[in-house]
Design a protein around this ligand. Structure first.
Ligand code: UD1
Ligand code: CA
Length: 490
């Protein structure tokens, strides 16, 4: 298949100047109590990836030289995910006890390399932010003369739960005050809030978080207090207006769903703009790639690392997980494809089930109620109805009839069925693996094949048919008499 032009996640081509010597510190150690879950908050998923994936990606795409994720709660799982997804590109710092966002930033600072000049600190529970959102905050720090600290701000119609931005008489930002620490209704009514993206020199950040005290309603070290720290020293704090809708943090599952809705709309829009027809109600994970002119119908679900080729049709209700779908493939409704490959122009479904490691080569057909597993269907081969093809290799141009079963499992081991090219497997046959059917061979309908069939041979293994003339009448008479005798007895 051709490589889709709209491949997501492409890193920024060149890192902007401001990001040289910049380290991102992403705070992700909290338990996320409000999720009411045994899974660490940042590992809850939206659009097929854990929450923490998105802020890390934003930092990488923004061109940050170092990316440090502060872990704590569910540390082993979070580190495991980061390693798998980002390899050595991401370092972690351990926050032993979750004593607040300020303490978490302090933990992150311990891992910042000696060469680094600036830090960008933000939260791991804000999946909608993108490289530009965090980038703008660093850029302001660099561009604004005398700036010591820059932070994102935005206005929300409903600011509930967010830290409020307090401004002095001269309009300068002087403090971020948490909802729980607001002293009046007037403060709670402030709609300018703190989305939680901060940039400063490493030196200033170390000094500011070093000075934090747990002097607040939650008894925590608040990262937000670095703002008052800077303002009290008479230093310049630069507010950077950000897009409100993308900076919403996820604290509970209602917000998780809202955020996923926004993310899903963003993903669908990206594909539509890139030339894919995506009908309303289709769901596409972040990691999916789709080439132009493909059609994704209502209620199709595309998950994981699925790729869809040019002009392919994914019809209503198909569920694809890590599937590689070639150009011009037609997946008819309600087909399920998992960890499998479908080649050029192949036709699948409706109601087909391709289980892991199935490879359907070009122009092959897999029809309704056919299940494959670890099976390769050669070019143009067909299995159009009701079959189980497990652990098989089916040669080019062969036809597998309705009701055929590859008997691949003996209760202990799996065995392979090999069918050569242009063979014909009659309906309702059982091929007891390991077994090989040669090129051009025939298997008669209803045969149980237990021995290899040579090329061009006919294998037939069924009882010979006998027709008894007039037997129907005699049988009916006998059965009726038996019934009448039973009735008179009663
Ligand atoms: C925080 C901000 C608030 C802002 C909001 C934006 C503070 C004190 N408040 O509040 O002003 O409006 O985000 O969404 O910073 N974390 C740790 N270690 C800890 C505590 C938290 O790593 O000890 C991490 C969490 O995993 C989370 C992030 O920091 O990813 C934010 O913590 P959270 O408790 O969600 O802060 P909010 O109450 O949302
Ligand atoms: Ca939060």
């Amino acid at each position: 298949m051709t490589k889709p032009a709209n491949a997501p996640n492409a890193p920024a081509a060149t890192a902007p100047k401001a990001f040289e010597k910049t380290a991102a510190i992403i705070l992700a150690a909290g338990q996320g109590t409000r999720m009411k879950s045994t899974t660490p908050k940042v590992l809850h998923t939206i659009a097929g990836r854990p929450l923490v994936h998105y802020p890390v990606r934003a930092a990488i795409e923004a061109g940050c030289e170092e990316v440090i994720v502060v872990v704590g709660h569910g540390r082993v799982e979070v580190e495991g995910y980061l390693k798998k997804a980002f390899g050595d590109r991401v370092k972690t710092a351990l926050q032993e006890e979750q004593r607040g966002t300020g303490d978490a930033a302090r933990a992150g600072l311990t891992r910042v390399g000696a060469e680094i000049a600036r830090v960008l600190v933000f939260y791991g529970d804000a999946p909608l932010l993108m490289a530009d959102d965090v980038g703008a905050v660093v850029r302001s720090l660099v561009d604004v003369e005398g700036a010591v600290l820059s932070l994102a701000i935005c206005e929300l119609a409903d600011p509930t739960g967010y830290g409020r931005i307090l401004r002095g008489a001269d309009g300068n930002v002087i403090e971020v005050r948490e909802q729980k620490d607001c002293k009046s209704d007037a403060e709670r009514a402030i709609r300018e809030i703190n989305p939680g993206i901060y940039a400063s020199s490493v030196e200033f950040m170390r000094e500011a978080v070093g000075a934090l005290t747990p002097n607040n309603a939650q008894g925590e070290l608040y990262l937000t207090d670095i703002v008052a720290f800077a303002a009290n020293l008479g230093k310049r704090v630069v507010p950077v207006t950000s897009r409100a809708e993308v900076l919403v943090g996820v604290n509970d599952r209602a917000q998780l769903a809202d955020t996923e809705g926004t993310m899903a709309a963003r993903i669908v829009r990206k594909h539509r703009v890139a030339g894919v027809t995506v009908r309303a109600g289709a769901r596409i994970d972040d990691g999916v790639e789709i080439a132009a002119d493909a059609i994704i119908e209502t209620n199709a679900v595309l998950r994981g690392t699925t790729t869809i080729g040019k002009g392919a049709i994914v019809d209503v209700g198909c569920v694809l997980t890590n599937a590689e779908i070639g150009d011009a493939v037609r997946l008819q409704p309600y087909s399920v494809v998992t960890d499998s490959k479908v080649g050029l122009r192949a036709q699948i479904g409706p109601f087909s089930h391709l289980r892991p490691e199935s490879v359907i080569e070009e122009d092959a057909h897999i029809g309704n109620f056919v299940e494959t597993k670890k099976t390769r269907m050669g070019k143009g081969a067909k299995a159009n109805h009701l079959a189980y093809l497990g652990d098989g290799i089916v040669g080019e141009g062969s036809n597998v009839g309705a009701g055929t079963i590859f008997c691949n499992y003996d209760g202990f081991q799996k065995h392979t069925t090999v069918i050569g090219k242009n063979a014909f497997i009659g309906s309702d046959s059982q091929l007891v693996a390991p077994v090989t059917i040669g090129d051009g061979a025939y298997v008669g309908t209803g045969t149980t094949v237990t021995r290899d069939v040579p090329a061009d041979a006919l294998a037939i293994g069924r009882a010979k048919q006998e027709n008894k003339e007039g037997y129907g009448t005699r049988l009916r008479a006998r059965l009726k008499a038996a019934k009448d005798a039973a009735a008179t007895k009663k």
